[in-house]
Ligand binder design. Sequence first.
Ligand code: TMP
Length: 219
Amino acid sequence: MTSLMSGRGRFITFEGPEGSGKSTQLRVLGERLRKAGQDVLETQEPGGTAIGVQIRRVLLDTKNRELCPTAELLLMFASRAQNVDQLILPALSAGRTVLSDRFTDSTLVYQGVGRGLGADLVYELDRIACRGLVPDLTLVIDIDTETGLARARRRSAHTEDPETRMEDQDVGFHRRVRDAYRQLAVDEPGRVRMIDGSQTREAVAEQVWQAVTPLLGVT
Ligand code: TMP
């Protein structure tokens, strides 16, 4: 699938369940692309912009237990609308490569499937917030639910991270999320690529590199 901005900069998103290692992989890729001479913008969802970071705090603060699923959905898209408008579209227009740590696929699997709000609602809001922008390539770093959750919870305990509201959901929720990612890769084989996140960090990075280089024309 091509993005609204095809012919300009390329838009690559990283996805995956908790503890998949996708954020580390995004940083490793960003560094390697810069060394290869690419102009790269890294962003994150929820977050990315200063406003998005404030929305992220509301969404992920473990104290906000009463946040209802619809408010959660709308806040995810509020953060995304700001990110698309302020950072992503201008960067793509300028010919830059944009790497985003999560995008609408996260909302599809976490809110659409995990919370049971449905794909139609997610795509309806996507049309408003993203105005036709679709990633050129999406890399799903896959990890077994228990292994990923254990990794993520160890890290949160270690850093005393208060942003664990989603991570704290029960294991059934996280299994639905993982299954939905796997289904997405089946439904959109042209855009979505699954990478086995249980391999060494170096092996995953190599598969990421092999997946992105044809799109970016770097060697
Ligand atoms: P992170 O751990 O990758 O920073 O993501 C933050 C959490 O937010 C993670 O549990 C996934 C969740 N999330 C959603 O539920 N819906 C979304 O649309 C996005 C972008 C993230």
